[in-house]
Write a protein that binds this ligand. Structure first.
Ligand SMILES: Nc1ncnc2c1ncn2[C@@H]1O[C@H](COP(=O)(O)OP(=O)(O)OP(=O)(O)O)[C@@H](O)[C@H]1O
Length: 443
């Protein structure tokens, strides 16, 4: 929204860049000043701290490491009432932009910028300062381990931006919760958050499901139908299991993201879309960078920011809190008495490997509450599928982890009597994920 009282400072040593930004922003905002040298920042601040600073990261000719700009950012953030800072970076400087976000920048814009994008970033920064933006919400994302604190800090930094985020991590680590937390802390929080399981979308109906269709565009199209992109308009679209998308569908998705418009099947005109994309996959980065699996151009559209959610094995410190939370939850839900863990049980549960991560832990707690019949919880009440001693050796080679996964799945299948749904539940996996793993291990 235009704000004639807003004070905006553009700090860039390139007079053409500073002048172009000033002319653009002056059309909407009151006081827009420029500064070409950070050494003159102190007197400028003495005259009044701006609401928003557009900050270039390099000032000395030949310097490209961004150190000068980051130092200015630190100084601005240390002020009693710090301004919102939007960093201006060269296209290839995305890692630097991420560093700036970690240090408290509100957003980043790559040069040469898109005018609408720059105006939207300034509006969002002003709205945030005016307190019209809801507070960050990562409450439901439990865990205070250093690894989870990093994840939460990343969420808080990237949420207010419009950057596309790719969330990486094993099954059940909480990737969807991370995506929801990003949405909840963004300026889109009041609009829709829509999750789509890309792995479950048949290729034949991919376009109709995502982009919508007009009545009569194919035999079963009895009425006009909006796609997921239209349904999430103004909000966030969470593309889950993105790594499982067929290459043909990847090309169609890329076109939509590039043009920021969708053409429903049977329509003669494209429709503009305004959605933020958060995607997730359990494939590791090496697989995602395999061109036979995933188009690199699409990957670069989606992974402006990457958030890696660590497995439960990598944050054992979170396990006691999660156990307590989910045991209490199910005790209440099933009207069971409050019980403690038997001596020694906690240590073994913490040392357990947790294939299936938090989802598996949650299901294990549900089983213990339902099946445990002693005054306290013992490890066998949790019906873990692999022995609690089956912790992968430190620095263990991949093939050992692979064998462990195969044996665990085989054990779960045997315990479930071949019932896929039950085995998937025991393992804390979705049915689709279990099918893929069965195929991978030839079980
Ligand atoms: N940090 C956490 N705190 C509390 N609950 C969590 C946390 N992480 C995950 N969970 C719970 O674990 C389950 C799985 O979480 P979620 O669906 O977000 O995982 P995921 O990584 O997206 O899984 P998948 O890869 O199978 O799609 C959910 O019930 C969720 O509430």
């Amino acid at each position: 929204m235009p704000d004639s009282t807003a004070r905006i400072l553009i700090l860039d040593d390139d007079p053409d860049v500073a002048c172009a930004a000033q002319m653009l922003l002056r059309r909407r905002h009151g006081a827009v000043t420029t500064l070409d040298d950070p050494a003159r920042l102190a007197p400028a601040l003495a005259a009044g701290v701006p609401d928003v600073v557009l900050l270039d990261l390099n000032f000395t000719p030949g310097r490209v490491d961004g150190g000068e700009g980051l130092a200015v950012l630190d100084r601005l953030r240390a002020l009693a009432q710090p301004p919102a800072v939007i960093v201006l970076t060269a296209y290839a400087d995305v890692p630097l932009a991420v560093e700036a976000l970690k240090r408290g920048a509100t957003d980043f814009i790559t040069k040469p910028w898109d005018n609408a994008r720059l105006l939207a970033a300034v509006d969002a920064a002003l709205a945030r300062r005016a307190g019209s933006k809801p507070a960050a919400s990562t409450d439901c994302l439990m865990g205070d381990s250093p690894a989870m604190r990093d994840v939460k800090a990343m969420i808080a930094s990237v949420a207010p931006t419009e950057a596309n985020v790719m969330v990486l991590g094993e099954n059940g680590v909480g990737k969807e919760l991370v995506a929801r937390a990003i949405h909840a802390a963004s300026r889109r929080a009041a609009a829709t958050f829509l999750a789509v399981d890309m792995g479950a979308l048949p290729e034949a109906t991919f376009e109709s499901e995502l982009f919508g269709h007009r009545r009569g565009s194919f035999t079963d199209a009895k009425a006009d139908r909006a796609g997921r992109f239209q349904a999430a308009q103004g909000g966030t679209l969470f593309l889950d299991e993105i790594g499982n998308l067929a290459l043909g569908a990847q090309a169609k998705l890329l076109t939509v993201l590039e043009r920021r418009q969708v053409t429903p099947l049977g329509a003669d005109r494209p429709e503009p879309i305004d959605v933020r994309i958060v995607s997730a996959t359990n494939l590791d980065e090496a697989r995602m960078f395999d061109a036979a699996v995933f188009r690199t151009d699409l990957l670069f559209r989606l992974n402006t920011i990457v958030i890696r959610v660590p497995s439960l094995r990598e944050r054992q410190g979170d396990i006691p809190g999660l156990l307590h939370h989910y045991l209490s939850l199910y005790e209440q839900q099933y009207g069971r008495p409050v019980r403690e863990l038997a001596p020694g049980a906690l240590d073994r549960l913490v040392a357990y490997d947790w294939p299936g991560n938090v989802r598996a832990l949650r299901h294990a707690c549900e089983r213990a509450v339902i099946l445990g019949s002693r005054p306290d919880y013992h490890v066998d009440d949790f019906r873990l599928v692999a022995p609690a001693s089956a912790v992968a050796p430190a620095g263990g080679a991949d093939f050992k982890l692979g064998a462990l996964e195969r044996d665990t799945i085989a054990a779960a299948m045997a315990q479930a009597g071949g019932n896929i749904s039950l085995a998937a539940r025991l393992l804390g996996l979705s049915r689709a994920a279990l099918y893929r793993k069965l195929g991978k291990h030839g079980i």
